[in-house]
Write a protein that binds this ligand. Structure first.
Ligand code: V47
Ligand code: SF4
Length: 369
């Protein structure tokens, strides 16, 4: 008698469980089993154990601000509610004066990191981006500037006819400290063709991060899930990140981002539930054995699921995230910023110990922790 799919699944999980128990690196076939609902609790327990072995009860957070310089964008990704492409909506862009004014008036000394991203703006010259970083560096010398996704960097390279390396070198000279993880979405080309056909593809995204790492810049990685991708596409994405990390060691954190369909051309899709969110966090922890940090990004997961993720493999709650616009536009139900006391309470309530970090994950003395 041939095996039923359930029996087959159970046998495959036994192999995955053995690999996890022995600390063996997961193959794509074994990694796929992490998404089986029948083993949901076991997968969570493995991810939690791995996270506790590294950090005990500690959970990192930081005090940050987002600056979205413009929502005008050439690329019109189908999952994006943030961008305006000019046909019906002209969108908005902040002048350097507006940004500097905001930096001077609204950003207190306690903010240790600025997360600066925007759309692929059709008209700005390269000097806009250089002056933006220089001006912020002068006004907020203590703040780490995490700016421009690999998609933006690649866009600058093609638009201004400069090699990626030169774009990054010039931006680093102007004050760039690291790259955020945006723009990765799902690497599988057959999905990219449907959700973001116009922007940098997987090889461009990975190459941009490779060069950044070679130049000594650290960066993050993301994975956007809950749209048209299969579980195999998620695993493929994680494998490609693991491979690059083996080569460069330059990634700091992986951030699983849940797709929010509201106000996007894919609004007919249903937002995936909390179990998928937790599976994704656990899979990131267990597959990416060479990444130190898994971030539970609360604007994307929602505060409650992000809190649960701290028991499912995540060690970082990101930050205060004031002024984030991407998830608000896509209908995410999360506040526009959390204060430090709220973050610490959420972490403490999960039985964990909050630790304020800087952008290199060093605990901050004089923080509340
Ligand atoms: O690349 C856009 C995602 C990303 C939607 O590096 C959407 O620390 C869900 O990369 N539903 C940008 N997601 C955000 C990002 C990020 C966030 C937090 C921390 C870091 C970091 C990086 O947001 C995009 C895309 O994957 N996104 N639209 C949407 N409707
Ligand atoms: Fe533009 Fe980024 Fe939105 Fe795509 S996800 S349309 S690149 S702002």
């Amino acid at each position: 008698m041939s095996d039923t799919p359930v029996m087959l699944g159970a046998a495959l999980w036994t192999e995955t469980r053995r690999a996890l128990e022995e600390g063996e690196r997961l193959s794509p076939e074994k990694a796929l089993r992490l998404f089986d609902l029948e083993v949901f609790h076991e997968v969570g327990a493995f991810a939690n154990a791995r996270r506790e072995a590294q950090y005990g009860d500690q959970v990192f957070y930081n005090v940050n601000r987002h600056i979205n310089y413009s929502n005008r964008c050439q690329f019109a990704c189908r999952f994006c509610a943030f961008s305006a492409n000019g046909e019906r909506d002209p969108g908005w862009a902040l002048s350097l004066e507006q940004i500097f004014d905001m930096a001077e008036r609204e950003i207190p000394e306690s903010v240790t990191e600025l997360h600066i991203v925007g759309g692929a703006h059709p008209d700005f010259g390269f000097d806009y981006y250089e002056r933006l970083l220089k001006g912020l560096r002068e006004r907020l010398p203590h703040a780490h500037l995490k700016a421009f996704s690999a998609v933006e960097i690649h866009y600058f390279s093609t638009k201004f006819n400069l090699p990626i390396r030169e774009v990054l070198e010039r931006l680093a000279q102007a004050g760039l400290d690291s790259l955020p993880g945006g723009g990765a979405e799902i690497f599988a080309q057959h999905v990219r063709e449907q959700i973001c056909p116009h922007k940098a593809d997987a090889s461009h995204w990975l190459e941009t991060h490779r060069i950044a790492h070679q130049l000594g810049l650290r960066s993050n990685a993301t994975i956007l899930y809950g749209h048209l991708e299969s579980e195999a596409d998620r695993v493929d994405h994680l494998m490609r990140l693991r491979e690059l990390q083996d080569e460069t060691g330059g990634f700091q954190a992986i951030i699983p981002l849940k797709f929010h369909p509201e106000n996007t051309p894919m609004s007919h899709l249903t937002r995936v539930g909390g179990l998928t969110d937790l599976q994704m966090i656990a899979a990131a922890r267990l597959v990416l054995d060479n990444f130190d940090h898994v971030k539970a990004y609360w604007p994307s997961l929602g505060v409650k699921t992000a809190q649960a993720a701290l028991l499912w493999g995540a060690d970082d709650f990101d930050g205060t995230v004031v002024n984030e616009k991407i998830y608000g536009a896509a209908g995410a139900v999360a506040p526009n910023g959390l204060d430090v006391m709220a973050i610490r309470q959420i972490i403490t309530e999960a039985g964990r110990c909050p630790v304020e970090r800087n952008s290199h994950y060093e605990p901050l003395e004089g923080g509340l922790s």
